[in-house]
Design a binder for this molecule. Structure first.
Ligand SMILES: Cc1ncc(COP(=O)(O)O)c(C=O)c1O
Length: 423
């Protein structure tokens, strides 16, 4: 390796984060014991999905082993118990988001489904020809395409709040983009591709001053930040269970009760009705009006346990531990010649996207994989972000509560290897 290529990086051990024992937390996640190609797994793909603690895995097994029954319509012991567990999970989510009412918590399949629900139910009723929906340039495809589909159907226009070169929203442009034609603002709380944390309160204040409701995509926020939907005053908030240490196939739509009450159902079927005749169907009350069919009962129970788990660890503890990883990882990667960070917002969650001169991100990911290091490479379902930065893809390391500084040191060594291969 030439001097210009060398990494001037001195590993430093983890500082002890009072109140949070990362080694103890790691023991809660069975998969972290795994070896990959003869190396201990270093899992840095948490923005795609996080690993699951034992108690979440156990809660799902326990449900299927000894609690499985369909909910809401049975009078027998198992059905009543399953219903109670499912509703307990809803109350847990309510507390987690600090929603005013448990009827404001709708269980869906994922953040994606929650956005589609709002677009198809609220959107179809309130967005008409000539109207506008405002999103931002850093949205995940799941907060772009449902609005694009709606706008296409309604002959409305999708407007986009741009970002600056650091990957921050151009808040100076926001007042110009909010007009009497704007019927909804849909914005991510934390960018999956850049890590930027957006000023949701300011956006909501401005939008509400013009009576425009705001949907916030919290898929990347809830694992890292304390979210209080009442304090933020958001109208809709969505997230996926699997990014917050829960199972796949379960997600949440929070909506203000008055808005949800006034919205038509998204899907028809069992459970979402009060009565059905061929002439007329009377819909059920919230939240069931939006939960057609047998829900993911085991998934909801697992999500409830995941939330209890991180609540017990303390979201503030998790946030400060992850912030340490972000600062340490940013210093480490910045010290490597030829690396360019994509996304350097002043307010960031623990996500580091980067590109390397002359090396395609897929090659970075493939070489790191052989070292047991899992990162994500590609456009991260945020192709417009890549277009803003004029790059096809990035390599992305994203951290969770169980990651350590030592794992970042392993990443740095792995990147050194990538450089050697391409020297
Ligand atoms: C910011 C953001 N929004 C939404 C999603 C969609 O999540 P899901 O695929 O679980 O619906 C993701 C997934 O990566 C995301 O990062």
């Amino acid at each position: 390796m030439t001097a210009a290529n060398s990494v001037s990086w001195e590993p430093r051990p983890s500082i002890t984060n009072v109140g949070f024992d990362v080694e103890a937390a790691r023991r809660d996640f069975p998969i972290l014991q795994k070896q990959v190609y003869g190396h201990p797994l270093v899992y840095l793909d948490n923005a795609a999905t996080s690993q699951k603690p034992r108690l979440v895995i156990d809660s799902i097994s326990r449900y299927y082993e000894s609690g499985n029954a369909n909910i809401h319509r049975g009078v027998h012991f198992l059905s009543e118990h399953a219903t109670e567990e499912h509703e307990a999970a809803r109350r847990t989510v309510q507390g987690f988001l600090n929603a005013a009412d448990k009827r404001e918590i709708i269980f869906v399949r994922s953040a994606t489904e929650a956005v589609n629900l709002v677009a198809q139910s609220y959107g179809r009723r309130h967005v008409g020809a000539g109207d506008e929906v405002l999103i931002t340039a850093m949205e995940h495809h799941s907060n772009i395409v449902p609005w694009q589909m709606l706008c296409e159907e309604k002959d409305a226009t999708l407007r986009v709040l741009p970002i600056n070169e650091r990957g921050e929203l151009r808040m100076d442009e926001l007042p110009k983009l909010l007009t009497p034609k704007t019927k909804l603002v849909a914005v991510t709380h934390v960018s999956n591709a850049l890590g930027s944390i957006n000023p949701i309160k300011k956006i909501v204040e401005l939008a509400h001053s013009l009576n425009i409701p705001v949907l916030v995509d919290g898929a990347q926020a809830v694992p890292h930040l304390k979210v209080d939907v009442q304090d933020l005053d958001v109208d809709f908030y969505v997230f996926s269970g699997h990014k917050v240490y829960g199972p796949t196939g379960i997600g949440v739509l929070y909506g203000k009760r008055a808005l949800l009450e006034a919205m038509p159902p998204y899907q028809g079927g069992g459970d979402m009705i009060r009565s059905v005749t061929f002439e007329k169907t009377v819909y059920n009350d919230l939240p069931y009006k939006f939960e057609a069919g047998t829900p993911n009962i085991g998934g909801a129970i697992g999500l409830g346990k995941a939330i209890e788990y991180i609540t017990q660890l303390g979201l503030d503890n998790i946030a400060s531990h992850e912030h340490d990883l972000l600062v340490y990882g940013t210093e480490a990667l910045t010290a490597i010649p030829g690396i360019r960070l994509i996304g350097t917002a002043a307010e960031k969650a623990a996500v580091i996207s980067f590109v390397m001169e002359g090396i395609h991100p897929h090659d970075i990911g493939t070489i790191l994989d052989r070292e047991g290091i899992a990162i994500r490479t590609g456009h991260h379902c945020a192709q417009p972000v890549m277009q803003c930065f004029k790059i096809p893809a990035t390599a992305r390391a994203s951290f969770a509560l169980y990651n350590t500084r030592e794992e970042i040191d392993v990443l740095v060594k792995g990147i050194q290897k990538v450089k050697e291969v391409f020297a």
